[in-house]
Structure formats: structure tokens, C-alpha cells
Design a protein around this ligand. Sequence first.
Ligand SMILES: Nc1ncnc2c1ncn2[C@@H]1O[C@H](COP(=O)(O)OP(=O)(O)OP(=O)(O)O)[C@@H](O)[C@H]1O
Ligand SMILES: [Mg+2]
Length: 1080
Amino acid sequence: MSERPVCAFLWLIWLFLTSFLWRCLFAVLWCCQYTPNPNSTLCPTLHDREPQKAVGGEGRVHRVMESTLTARDRVGVQDFVLLENYTSEAAFIENLRRRFGEKLIYTYIGSVLVSVNPYKDLEIYSKAHMERYRGVSFYEISPHIYAVSDNTYRAMRTERRDQCILISGESGAGKTEASKKILQYYATTCPVTDHMSTIRDRLLQSNPVLEAFGNAKTLRNDNSSRFGKYMDVQFDFRGAPIGGHILNYLLEKSRVVHQNHGERNFHIFYQLLEGGEQDQLSKLGLERNAQKYHYLVKGCCPRVSSINDKSDWKTVRKALTVIGFHEEEVEDLLNIIASVLHLGNTQFGEGEDGETQITTEPQLTYLSKLLGVDGPALREALTHKKLTAKGEEVSPLSFEQAVAARDALAKAVYGRAFTWLVAKINQSLAFKDEVYNSSKGSSSVIGLLDIYGFEVFQHNSFEQFCINYCNEKLQQLFIKLTLKSEQEEYEAEGITWEPVKYFDNKIICDLVEEKHKGFISILDEECLRPGEPSDISFLEKLEDTLGGHAHFVTHKLANGKTRKAVGREEFRLIHYAGEVNYTVNGELANQSVICQSDNQILSQCFNREEVTTQKRPETAATQFKNSLAKLIEILMSKEPSYVRCIKPNDAKQSGRFDEALVRHQVKYLGLMENLRVRRAGFAYRRRYEAFLQRYKSLCPGTWPNWQGRLADGVATLVQHLGYKPEEYKLGKTKIFIRFPKTLFTTEDALEARRPALALTLQTSWRGYRERAKYHRIRNAVIQSAWRGMKSRRKARRRRHAAEIIRKFIKGFIYRHYERCPENEYFLDHQRFSFLMTLVRNPPKSVLDKSWPVPPPSLTEASEHLCRLCMQNMMRAYCRRIQPEWKKQMEQKVVASQIFQDQKDSYPQSVPKLFVASRLGREFNLKVIQTLGNDKVKYGVAVTKYDRRGYKARPRQLLLTSSFAVLVAEAKLKQRIDYAALRSISVSSLTDGFMVLHVPSEDNKQKSDVVLQCDHVIEVVTKLATMADKKNKVNISQDSIKFAVARGKEGVIDFTSGPELKVAKGKKGHLLVVSSLAPGC
Ligand SMILES: Nc1ncnc2c1ncn2[C@@H]1O[C@H](COP(=O)(O)OP(=O)(O)OP(=O)(O)O)[C@@H](O)[C@H]1O
Ligand SMILES: [Mg+2]
């Protein structure tokens, strides 16, 4: 493979990703249809569930799975499932070696993380790294413990299912470090409130405390965990850590009293001696010198260069405070540690009678003080053995027995104190919020299992047996669950599951735990049977029951070749990971004295009932089996993730890869088995979109975009690539590729295509950049021209406005002068606005007298206009008028000529229309006949007053074209020719009196007629018009004189009063009081 194009391409990616314009580029590329997704060639999506997140910076080269594939010759594959020869252990180890050489300590087997201890700080655990892995899909980024942590955390949050991470591997492989890294990741990346930060700190601080009490330097590891640990971290619904719980398994208590050469006791002893204050040590009866204590020097190495006990002591003391230990509790704990050291220094000798006795009195004194027990009782407990459960009968111990009893007591005290410590930490980690407790269902849990790996030593005791049995169980669970999840995925994708051949270690688990027939049952039976249990009888029993089992061998049962390898007091179990010889030994301790202890911790740890009860306690093996069954139950209830740790060499050296050692671990971690299951059918699987996205450029049919169904796109692509039917299968959402070779060929094709793609990208990018530049310049030019034009126009408008304002102000100042250049604008404006006002608001009707005030220069014109306007309106009005209305108006004009401002009742008569006749059809036919050709034009009812006596008589006054007649009941009473009518008199008041003056010298004619009528204005108007006597209507102020007879005059006096009254007054006058309420 040529490195040049790879480098060029990587350089290009770097350029794109770091460029602040990369988003623009992608947008443009999208538009240009070069690629529909900016990530299509640069950061392919490889994960099934999660959206991807861009990641840059260091580690970039190994970031993307397929990027690593391109460099696979150098760094190997980052997922073992892509190994061509997946059944070859050598290929597996070679891949590990290559990656380890490149400081790539993590590799996947599917979703299982294999981690090789680098034995040096690789600087890949910084906060920046945590951020890089946060929320990023599992396969999108190079393998890391943070990827597993994040994936587990997200699965817990999204699926709301409890999770667990199983970390396994041999001593020194990096299990505890891995679990700490996971915890650290959660502590840093999970949301946390002030209240929860306490829990988070306690979770973190529980590690140094447990490590001080439960870890020790061994030949394999300077900080070896000598107990199994399962820790639950509880998260609330927001994903914040809110509590925790720790389960501990089988502490290696034998270390308390004995250590192999080059090993140490538990760290806490050395830490106390190195870091404890002098006062404190004196109180405990201790010296600052580990060499002085027998239990600390068995391994001959109380000091280790890689360990700083003094500073570790400070850390532990601080951690104890953070976790919430009271001072008294810490004191009790230190008393126990010191008492173990004093027990170690307690020596025995032979008394005068040959009995065993304690020769170190000061130790006994300190012990009774520190353990809070009675001195003589303690002495007896160390030198005698009880014969009954109640301890009433005792027998002296031999020297060896006393030493064994002392050691057993030390182990028991330390072991139980450790259990108490875990319980105490659990109390402090328990989330105590009532609200939370009531809504427990809303929390989820991630469990971390940091358990001892498979162990094979020269001499393997009961502890190794338990450890290896635990590994058998976990291996069984691991294979079962991996196989199950694999099978489920196939089913979900609709792909036929082909059964996988793998070694099922059930047969070994049954050998150990089966009821009645299993190893543990036989051990229980042997312990419970009456009499002293012995190792030999136990071995015989095992041979009797298990003899013939394919995985069980003893010296007696073995054939010649194997027989040499198995000692006479040993039995061999053939585990899935290898063969192990175990020796059997027992121990005894008189614990009854400790039950009376004043030490609070010990009195809680050692239960008095335990000693007094007749019932035999469960054997350690059964206890372990039960706790293991519980652990398996816990793990089964959760979704598991796996971290398999491998130790590259025994020398704890960085950069050294011991193939034989690694092969051994690969074998007993069952990694090949795991790979076989994972590769059951197909080496590689990816969701359609991810596959298409990555390889679409290899097929003209799918490049640059596939528009149809994803499955069809993938089918088109693989057809074009020439995949054979046996090489792949299309599931519902994923493509499954059987052989890595097929994928690598495709990958190589992509590699070859990349320079061309890069060129296309470069060209597009440059084109885009130049186009953008051109557009920017063009837009800038157009914009500036447009802005200039707009500004100029605005300036012009402003200048013009200023000019006008100036003219206006000047014109206003000179407005009273003759027209001159200074005021001509103002005057014109005045004129213009007057005329415009007139145009906009002309008078609405002939009666509308409104008219705008003209400027002085237009006064005359305004009058003309007003007149013209009125005339015009009047003309128009007249043109619209009807004949009847015209007649009415003519009459009204006559009435106004006669009465306007003359008679008080006139104004009220104006709005009342004159009618054609007031009599309607009341004319008498006879009267009509009498009148003959003279048609009655108007008739009205009147009251006639006699000239003499003023008697009122109802009459009708009828008007024809040439005379008027007074009619009374069909009789013509009086005819007045118009020609003879001299004048008509009415008063100026509101009354309805009128006097028709006719000549009195004519005897035929009667004299003047005095009439009263309600419509006097109308009657007089009509009469005056018909008789053409408009000028003969007299309007008198106070009185009217009339002729009674020839030469004789009558007078009517008019006054105003509250109401109309007509009466005969003094001097024979007719007195008319006109009401103030006007008539007409
Ligand atoms: N990821 C790592 N980076 C750097 N050093 C590591 C890493 N993992 C482990 N180590 C080194 O290896 C040592 C042993 O690791 P650790 O204590 O985790 O082993 P272990 O598997 O827990 O062993 P044991 O079963 O004895 O407890 C650590 O003290 C540390 O120095
Ligand atoms: Mg460990």
C-alpha cells in the first residue's frame, strides 16, 4: 500500500476539520451534489444507534475504525472479528502484539474490550479524552475503556436497564486500574449537584481505603487486590450518581500471617507504621519499624520503591473522613490493625510442666487492651482449645497448635474487620433521600466487577480453588450471554443462525457445585461428619465420588505420565483454562474470647451466638458458592459489557510483550472462544446507511447519492463490487459480510479511489471558494452603488425640503407685502391650499353656508366663486324641482314676500307645506252646480264674524280663479269678486284673523268680511295670488278697521295673551287676544 495518498488524504481531512469554513464547504458540497453528507468520506458513521460527533485533535490517526483498517499492516485490526484467520491463536496474539507496539492497548472483540497493561502512563485518560468519548458511538472512535464506559452509561439511560461491566484478567493485568478509570469517567462526565458531589467523592474515596486494607504487594503486582469486588453505582433519572454498594468476595486472609518471598502484607500495616503519628503509635504500642513485626517480614520486603506508604497513609486518613468514619471508629480500626501485629509478635514457649505458654507478656497486655478483652481469657484462648461448643471444657494446645490458633485468630480478626469496613462504606454510600427511596424505580445501576482472574501457582490452596471456580462460573456466564446476544441480533435481522461449536464448561462447574456429588458437597460432608476431619480422608472421599470424571484427577487415579505431576496430597482439576493441582488444608481458631471484646468493631463482627450455637456454621466453600450464585444472579439481571485485561509481561515493564505469557492469558480468558462465537457467521456487520455512506463512491449507481431504499442501494453497491452470494447477507437493517478479506478488498478499493475523491473535493472547494469570493465582490459593488444612489436621493430630498421650509418661513414673514420674490411661494401656497381646501370640501347643498376663509389676495375671487358655486347649486337644484313643488315654492315665496318679518306666526308656517285644498271631498254638489264653470281651486273652513255683534259662524271659503265665495251649508252666502277686493288685512300677531275689504258703496255687495282661519298664511297667500292682490295685504300692529256698512266702521283690537280669546270689547270693538303659542 502506498503511503503517499494516505498522507495526502489525512492532510486533507485535517485541513477540512480544522478549517473554520468546513461547515460551509459541506453545505456547498451538499448543494453541488458531490456528497450528500459531509461525513461521508471523512468520518463515516459506523455505529448502529447513536448520532456521531466530530472529534479532532490527538489520536486522530486512530480515530476511525476504518482509518485504522487502512493502516492494518502496521497497527493490526482494532476489532478481532476482522482477523482473516480468526481461529488462529497466533494471528490473534500477533494482532495484539502489533497494536501494543504502537501503544494501542485497547482492541475489541465485537463489543468486548481487550486491554493490555502498558505499565506506563500513556496520557490517554485526560479530561479532554473523556470529553472526546462522551456521547460518541462505540465503533466510531478508537477502542478505549471510556468508549465502553460511555456506551454502558448511555445504554443505561436510553434503555433504562441496569448495566454491569465485568472486568477480568490475571493479577497485574490492570483490572483495578480499569475499574478506577471507569469510575473516574462517570465522576467527571455525569451531571452532578452539590448534594450528589458528596456521594461522588465517597465513591471515589472508597478505593484508597479498600485498597489499603485489601491490596498488597505481590510478585505479580505491587498493588494487587486480594479480594473480589463488585460495586454498584446508582444513578438517578438524570443520570447523576446518587449512591453505591459494594460486595466483597473472599479476602486472601492467609496473607495476614504469611507472605511469599518478595511479597508484603496488606498495605495498611506499613502505611500505619510509616505515616501514623508518633503519639498514635505509642498508644498502640507500635514502633515505626516494620522489621520488628513478624507478620510483616515474612516476604522480606517491607519497603517497595513503587509505593509511598507515608503519603498513602495521608490519603487513607483523608478518605476515611470523606467517607464519614467517626474518630472512635478509626481508633477501633487502628486497634485491630495493631492487635494483629502484636498477635504476630506473640511467642510461645514450654512451661515447667511441658505445657505451652505465652512468653511475650507485653504483647499480651497490649492485645488485651487493644482488643478490649480480658487478659487471662485471651491467654487461655491462645493456649487452649475448647472441647464443647459452650467452651466449658478446654484442653491445652501443643506449641504448633498454639501458633496455628494465634494465626487463625489474627486472620479471623482482620478478615472480619475488613468485612465490617465494607459494610461501613456501604452505609455511607447508600442514598438516604426519602424522595429517592419512594421513587426507587426511577434509578438505574451500573455494576463494576473487579474480580480475580484464573490463577495457577506451584501450590494452590483452597483460595485458588475458589478463585478458579469463580472464573469458571463467569466464563460460563460470559459465553452464554455473548452467544445469546449474537443469536438475538441474527434473529432481529432475519438471518439464519448457524450453531457454533464452543466448549461448554458446565461440566466443570457441575463437578464443583453439583448437589450431593459435587466437590463442595463432599467437602461439607467431610466437615460435618463427627470426628476430626483429615485431608487424607477427604481426598479418599473425593476419589470415591468423583473418580472417573474427565476433569478430576488424583495421584491415585492418574495414569503413569500424569501421576508424576500430581502430589499424593493433591487433586487436579482440568479447568477450561488449564490444569491446576490443589492441596487441601484446614484451620482452627478459638474465637469465643473475641465475642466479649470491648472493641465496637469486633463486637459487631464476632457474634456470640455463632460460638455458642450447636449448629455447625456453613463451610467457607459453601459460603463462597452461595455468594457466587448470588453474584451470577445479579449479573444475569443486568446488561453486561466486558473488559478482558491482559498482562504483557511478568516484569511489570513497559513495552515488553511476552508472547508465551499472553498466549496463556488469551487461553484462560477464553478470548478465542469469544471470538469464535462472535465470528459465528459473519466477520463484519454495519447498518445500511453507514455502509452506503462509506462506500457509495465505489459504484456509479450509488454515487454521489442513492435516492431509493437503503437496502437496494447496498445491494446495487455490492453487486457492482462483485461480492459473491456466499460472501455476504442482507439483513433487515444491516449488511453482514462473512470474510474480513471481502471488507478489506472493498476498503482497498476505497483507498485507491480516495485521491480522485480528494481531487474532486479540492476542485469543488476551490471552485466554491472562488465563486464565493466573486459573489462577495459583486455584491459589494452592487451594494455600494445602490447605497450611493439611495443616499444621493435622500440628500436631494432633504435639500429640497430645506429650501421649501426656508421659502415658506420667508414668505410668512413677507405675507402682508405686495407679491415679491420673497413671498410668492408662500402666497402661491396659500392660494393653492385655499383652492385645494375648496376642492376637497365644497359646500354640500344650497343651504350649506360654509366657505373657507380666502387669503387676502383671493377675497374677490372667493366671492365670485362662492356666488358661482351657489348659482350653480341653485340651478342644479331648480332643475331637479317638480311642478307641484315649484308651485309650492312660488306660493311660499309669495307668502314670504307678504309675511316675512311681518306676522308672528309666519316662521312656524314656513316648514308646513301649502295644500291644494283643505276641504277635500266636503264640497257640496249644489254649491258646485251653482258655481257652474268656475272651478273651486281652494277651499278652507273658516269662522266668519258678523260685522255687528261679532257672532261667530262656521263657513267654507272657496276660491275660484275669479272670485271667492263664503258658503254655509250649500248656500252661497257671499261672493267676492277679485276685481272688487280692495285689500286684505291681517294682524301682526299669531292669530288667524283676516279682513277682506270690499267696496261698501255697492249696496249689492255686503261690506268687509271678518274671517278667522287656522291657516291664515296659506289662505291669504292663495287669495292674494289668485286675486293678484299681493301688494294689497295690510299687516296691522294693533287694530284693523273695517267697514260695517256704508259710512260705518268697525274695529278689531289685537293684543297678546296666554291664549287665544275673541270677545266683544269696549266701544263695540272686537277684542282678539292672540296666544303666545303661535298659530299659522
Ligand atoms: N491502563 C493502564 N495504564 C498504565 N498503567 C496501568 C494500566 N493498567 C494497569 N497499570 C499498571 O499495572 C498495575 C497493576 O494494575 P492493577 O492493580 O489494576 O492490576 P489488577 O488486574 O487489579 O491486579 P490484581 O488482580 O492483582 O488486583 C497498576 O498498578 C499500574 O501500575
Ligand atoms: Mg486489582
